[in-house]
Design a protein around this ligand. Structure first.
Ligand code: GLA
Length: 443
């Protein structure tokens, strides 16, 4: 090789390496979250609300069997999520193990069992050193844990926020998102930091849902503050009504693939916390379920499915109500009126339809007059308006399909066209309960 050619090659190589040095170095590549796993809010069951850490293989298998036999899988509840308390130790290389006393066949076998039944397996971990119930957390083991979950056949990860002093939330959740993507198995990523770092502002690209509040309990209305013998304020769960007030103003952040999560359902549950007994009536359960559907919330059941009552089953399998939650537009509903203990809600649905409901938070039944001309909705967020003055709707009573609360009007000429609009009806909303309707435009 002649000298000049040699010098030119060397200079080119030097230039290339200088150029490489000038580029900012990416220490770890950001990877996108998995797409297509939460186009509508996720539906399933979780062990926490009823069983806390008292979980084991027999219980989970019995729950899986019940989910199939009760028709819950057919209704859309496909995730069976283990919450806190499944972890064993880490092995010598730092890989997490399941607790073999609770899950003698192991997590992979459990995933196989669920998959064979048309279910998917959800699991739980924490961005800190420990989970909230003090099992091993994922901090410093994110990629190892993601690989382990993928190997086991996990489909869903709820990632909690205990023991995270000085941890940056967006960074920690992004790290686990990257790890889950790198591990190669589509996994729904459920962010659970209780809304303390405003995840709705940054988590759209990070996870598929984010908790907006503290932990729910089976209480409809706020429970009074109580104190222990030392005068310390006792922890108390959040009630359905408190959670609704926090979650409602966040509707602009929700949409297909990224949902506000007002916590798991308490339908059919009761609990004793610090000596205080919590329970909800059938009407309160119905109102709770309706509101979660109106808010396009994840529907994660939390009751003992092996002891379910027909009333609870009827609530959680109401097809029309579930369809409101699962509507493909994915628009979180809005509260249009909140007066004298009555809340009016609308949710824009696909094909020009709407869900409409009234919740009565008062201690007595209330009979209201529904005058459609006064209920007109013009929703700036979805750019949808009900147009009650010009559109005829058929009205379907979601909780009482047999009741003909409203005549179903066929689009007619002149007077008939407007009859629906001016039609007022008396409707009784029982105390702590709802009435809910689907309004379908008549073409
Ligand atoms: C936190 C979460 C709950 C549950 C527990 C488990 O409190 O918010 O939903 O997962 O941890 O310890």
């Amino acid at each position: 090789m002649n000298r000049i050619l040699k010098i030119s090659i060397l200079s080119a190589a030097l230039l290339l390496s200088l150029n490489a040095l000038a580029q900012p170095r990416r220490l770890s590549a950001d990877l996108p979250k998995w797409e297509g796993v939460a186009d509508t809010p996720q539906m399933g069951w979780s062990s926490w609300n009823c069983f806390m850490t008292d979980i084991n293989e027999d219980l989970i298998k019995a729950t899986a069997d019940a989910m199939v036999e009760l028709g819950l899988v057919d209704a859309g509840y496909v995730y069976l999520n283990l919450d806190d308390g499944w972890h064993g130790e880490r092995d010598a290389n730092g890989f997490v193990l399941e607790d073999r006393e609770k899950f003698p066949s192991g997590m992979k076998a459990l995933a196989d069992y669920l998959h064979a039944k048309g279910l998917k397996l959800g699991i739980y971990s924490d961005a800190g050193d420990f989970t909230c119930a003090c099992y091993t957390g994922s901090r410093g083991h994110e990629y190892q844990d993601a690989i382990t979950y993928a190997y086991w056949g996990v489909d869903y990860l709820k990632y909690d926020w205990c023991f995270t002093t000085n941890v940056n939330a967006k960074g920690a959740y992004t790290l686990m998102r990257n790890a889950l993507r790198k591990a190669g198995r589509p996994i729904l990523f459920s962010i659970c930091e209780w809304g303390v770092n405003k995840p709705w502002e940054w988590a759209q690209e990070v996870g598929h849902s984010w908790r907006t509040t503290g932990d729910i309990g089976p209480a409809f209305a706020p429970v009074p503050v109580s104190y222990d013998e030392q005068g310390r304020r006792r922890w108390k769960p959040m009630s359905v009504l408190e959670i609704i007030d926090i979650n409602e103003p966040l509707r602009q952040y929700a949409g297909p693939g990224h949902w506000n999560d007002p916590d798991m359902l308490e339908v059919g549950n009761s609990a004793t916390v610090d000596g205080v007994f919590y329970d909800m009536t059938e009407g309160e359960d119905r109102a709770h379920f309706t509101m979660w559907c109106m808010m396009a919330a994840p529907l994660i059941l939390g009751n003992d499915l092996t002891k379910i009552t027909p009333e609870t089953l009827a609530i959680i399998t109401n097809k029309e109500m579930i369809a409101v939650d699962q509507d493909p537009l994915g628009i979180q509903g809005l509260r249009t009126k909140n007066e004298d203990g009555l809340q009016y809600w609308f949710k824009p649905l696909a094909d020009g339809a709407w869900a409409f409901c009234v919740m009565n938070t008062r201690e007595e039944d209330v009979t209201i007059s529904l005058d459609w001309s006064e209920l007109e909705v013009n929703d700036a967020l979805s750019k949808r308006r009900t147009g009650f003055g010009s559109t005829n709707y058929s009205v379907q009573d979601i909780w009482h399909p047999e009741a003909k609360a409203f005549p179903t009007l066929v689009k007619g000429k002149g007077i008939l066209r407007n009859q629906f609009v001016i039609n007022t009806r008396q409707v009784t909303v029982p105390s702590h309960d709802v009435v809910a309707y689907r309004l379908t435009p008549i073409k």
